[in-house]
Design a binder for this molecule. Structure first.
Ligand code: DI6
Ligand code: FE
Length: 400
């Protein structure tokens, strides 16, 4: 297609449009090189675009390209055996304390070749791409030694060369610490130096940590965040997933982009997140797979005006899945989000959780990352279960 083209007869969502449904009918999107030049009602289309090549979308829905803002996509091995153990009564924490869990994935990831890591990640990434995903965040955290952490981040960066996708990387060296050391020793000798090298090599966009009884305590998280600040990197946190450690409030003190999971967050944590303008990233895949019964306090987050994002948390242990559309369905069915909240959770609010102001909205000046769906009602996106009726995917203005 040419440098500039016009998609006509579209429905656009999410839009702040006064038809009460959250979408615009008879919509038009103008794509100019890699940006959106106009998005809105056909009657408002500026004259200068009237002569550009047109393609009718025959009433189909256009959304921003979807954004998966929390994944652990690069790893090796499978944890199907542990799934079997959990089915016969062992808990996630028990398996981890016995040297399984994250540690079994660390072992497999260290043993994998670069090609194996890349091809495993590509398989998972292709499933996301097939659902109209155009930006994916990927964390390290299955290396836990300097070389493997760097390899995982390099692999994440390499995915951007292999597919039409934006990748944002997150250093999650503070995911767990090897059994033969203490958390503090690991931070001092391995994690913090690895963060520094990764940052110098330009491999890190954000720094994250697992603040949990089976992870790092708030004082240890503070060390991680202090070093991230010294390196000029924004932070986020895995917080209040299995217990309330005050992680979200701690991260708020560092103006973190997001706190993720949050099943056990208390009122103080929510207030701190609201003050710091943080995003609550909810991960219903992990909630479901761990058979968690405590739900994140969605109504309290709404009342406090904390934006809510949704993500796959794709990882081999607590969320072995690669469907952001299924996550939207789970966000609605398990957590009570509205279809509109689910869509905003994988577009505008997911962009905010990554600190990205150039995407996630159908607006002039945004990146032309778009998904065109084979239906017209945005509620279909979270209503359907395990269905991906993507008609067209546009990445940086290119149809692909
Ligand atoms: N929380 C999670 O749900 C994942 N990591 C984390 O910090 C689980 C990672 C795993 O079990 O491999
Ligand atoms: Fe996670």
């Amino acid at each position: 297609m040419s440098e500039c083209y016009v998609l006509t007869d579209a429905r656009l969502a999410p839009m702040p449009v006064p038809d009460g449904q959250g979408y615009a009918c008879d919509g038009v999107v103008v794509v100019e090189r890699e940006q959106i030049a106009f998005a809105g009602a056909a009657k408002d289309l500026p004259d200068r675009f009237a002569q550009m090549p047109e393609q009718s979308l025959e009433g189909c829905l256009v959304t921003p390209g979807l954004i998966d803002c929390h994944t652990h996509l690069v790893y090796a091995g499978s944890r199907a055996r542990e799934f079997e153990m959990r089915q016969t009564g062992a808990s996630y924490e028990e398996i981890m304390n016995a040297g399984g869990g994250i540690f079994s994935t660390v072992e497999a990831t260290r043993a994998a070749t670069d090609e194996e890591l890349l091809s495993g990640a590509l398989q998972r990434l292709d499933r996301l791409i097939a659902e109209g995903v155009t930006t994916v965040e990927i964390k390290s955290g299955y290396g836990l030694d300097r070389e493997t952490e760097l390899t995982v981040l390099r692999t994440a960066r390499a995915l951007e060369q292999a597919r039409p996708i934006s990748i944002k990387t997150t250093f999650l060296g503070a995911h767990a610490y090897p059994k033969d050391t203490t958390a503090d020793e690991y931070l001092k000798d391995i994690c913090l130096p690895a963060m520094e090298v990764a940052a110098k090599e330009g491999l890190v966009d954000t720094v994250d940590g697992f603040c949990e009884t089976v992870g790092f305590n708030p004082a240890q998280m503070k060390r991680v965040f202090d070093r991230a600040c010294e390196l000029g990197l924004p932070v986020k946190i895995h917080a209040e997933q299995l217990s309330d450690q005050g992680g979200a409030a701690l991260a708020a003190g560092y103006k973190a982009l997001s706190a993720d999971h949050l099943e056990y967050i208390g009122d103080d944590g929510i207030a701190a997140m609201a003050d710091a303008d943080m995003v609550a990233v909810l991960l219903p895949g992990a909630f479901y797979a761990l058979k968690e019964t405590r739900k994140p306090p969605v109504q309290k987050l709404r009342d406090a005006n904390v934006p809510i994002a949704l993500a796959t948390d794709s990882n081999p242990g607590s969320s072995p899945m690669t469907s952001l559309l299924l996550i939207m369905n789970m966000g609605a069915t398990l957590f009570g989000l509205t279809p509109r909240e689910c869509l905003e959770g994988v577009t505008i609010n997911a962009a905010k959780a990554l600190g990205l102001a150039d995407r996630g909205k159908l607006e002039a000046g945004m990146r032309a990352d778009l998904a065109v769906w084979d239906f017209n009602d945005p509620a279909e996106l979270s209503y359907r279960i395990g269905d991906a009726p993507l008609k067209m995917r546009i990445f940086g203005g290119e149809i692909c």
